[in-house]
Design a protein around this ligand. Structure first.
Ligand SMILES: C[C@@](CO)(OP(=O)(O)O)[C@H](O)COP(=O)(O)OP(=O)(O)OC[C@H]1O[C@@H](n2ccc(N)nc2=O)[C@H](O)[C@@H]1O
Ligand SMILES: Nc1ncnc2c1ncn2[C@@H]1O[C@H](COP(=O)(O)OP(=O)(O)O)[C@@H](O)[C@H]1O
Length: 320
């Protein structure tokens, strides 16, 4: 072992963390802090971000993203500096860790950027877990969840995974025991929609209607029952996303995507979170694969996934 390696042994911890679909999303009125109370059922799906965190002797946090083409997406604008959610997660971990080093974060993006599937949140959750391991911080899952909530409303869910009810701004999670699988086809758009703009658009549409907006306090239990039973038909009748009409207002082509999916045999379709990704329900994995193929024939970018899947997990830990 040479002198440099004796002083500093670089190590890489790789973590994968899932994207999500909001199977139901009820949104309350705008709060004074700029957020909205929500009641949502989150489902982690089998499309994962991967973060490789490598310790460096520089003391700095650096970020790179692959594939590089991800950075070109219209409306995505992923910063590589201290505004990146993964960078923020590493900085927060460095603050609470006694033995932090510099770290390079290499993010492999698979979740569509600004797609309503929580890709940035998954990067942040993965980075929290990777830095915890890299720096032997020894934080409990609860402590990590607490730090996750400081980074964004959706970050705690990507850490937790599975199926969960989210209240508050989406960060107050109650896990739901769901063993059955549901199958989905995700149709990604070639552009992103900024979450704050989608929430603002909903407020504007609601203000024009002058109807009272209720504070959501609970989710429809029918959603959880349908998920537990893996009953796609029952689930199709209770899918709800209050943000959907705002996403469609900003990206009217989503209406055609929803219509096309249903005419190709999807049981139902819903915009995921703030969009523009659309999630279609299918009767099992074979039907999902067939639907994805048919949608690709129509020129859409479609991918079959399933849920629930686990939350952020270490996949390797290597001394270099
Ligand atoms: C809409 C949802 C549905 O799960 O997800 P995405 O579609 O973005 O993935 C979430 O509410 C997004 O969560 P996340 O993207 O983590 O939000 P944050 O970074 O904390 O907040 C970004 C901005 O979104 C708005 N925001 C977010 C959450 C919330 N409950 N009310 C809000 O009004 C606020 O304008 C906030 O400044
Ligand atoms: N690591 C990151 N990955 C993606 N986006 C990030 C990241 N860090 C910050 N952002 C910013 O957050 C925005 C939305 O992120 P993302 O999580 O992909 O979408 P959504 O909030 O719709 O689920 C991006 O357009 C970008 O400006």
């Amino acid at each position: 072992m040479n002198a440099v390696r004796e002083r500093f042994a670089a190590r890489t911890v790789r973590v994968k963390a899932p994207g999500k679909v909001n199977v139901s999303l009820d949104v309350g009125p705008l709060r004074p802090d700029g957020y909205h109370s929500v009641a949502s059922v989150y489902l982690a799906v089998s499309l994962y971000e991967e973060v490789a965190a490598t310790s460096t002797g520089t003391g700095a946090i650096t970020v790179s993203i692959s594939p590089a083409s991800t950075l070109d997406l219209e409306g995505s604008d992923i910063p590589l500096d201290e505004r990146n959610l993964a960078y923020k997660a590493a900085a927060i971990m460095a603050d609470v860790s006694e033995h932090s080093t510099g770290v390079h974060l290499e993010i492999t993006k698979r979740v569509p950027v600004a797609g309503g599937m929580g890709g940035g949140s998954a990067d942040a959750a993965a980075t929290l877990l990777a830095c915890d391991a890299l720096w032997n911080s020894g934080l409990s899952r609860d402590e990590l969840a607490h730090l996750a909530a400081e980074l964004g409303a959706d970050v705690p869910f990507s850490l937790l995974g599975g199926t969960a009810v989210g209240l508050g701004i989406g960060d107050e999670l109650s896990p739901a025991l769901v063993k059955a699988q549901t199958d989905w086809v995700l149709v990604t758009a070639g552009f992103g929609l900024p979450t704050p703009e989608v929430y603002r658009t909903l407020d504007r549409l609601r203000a024009a209607e002058r109807l009272p907006v209720q504070e959501p306090t609970a989710v429809d239990p029918g959603v959880l029952t349908a998920l537990r039973n893996g009953d796609a038909d029952a689930l199709s009748r209770v899918l709800v996303n209050d943000l959907q009409r705002a996403s469609i207002e900003l990206a009217p082509g989503l209406r055609d995507t929803l219509g096309l999916g249903e005419s190709c045999g999807a049981i139902a379709g819903i915009v995921s979170g703030s969009g523009p990704t659309v999630a279609f329900l299918a009767h099992g994995p074979a039907a999902a694969a067939g639907l994805a193929e048919e949608l690709r024939h129509h020129g859409l970018d479609a991918l079959a996934v399933h849920g629930p899947v686990h939350g952020a997990r270490i996949i390797s830990d290597t001394l270099l």
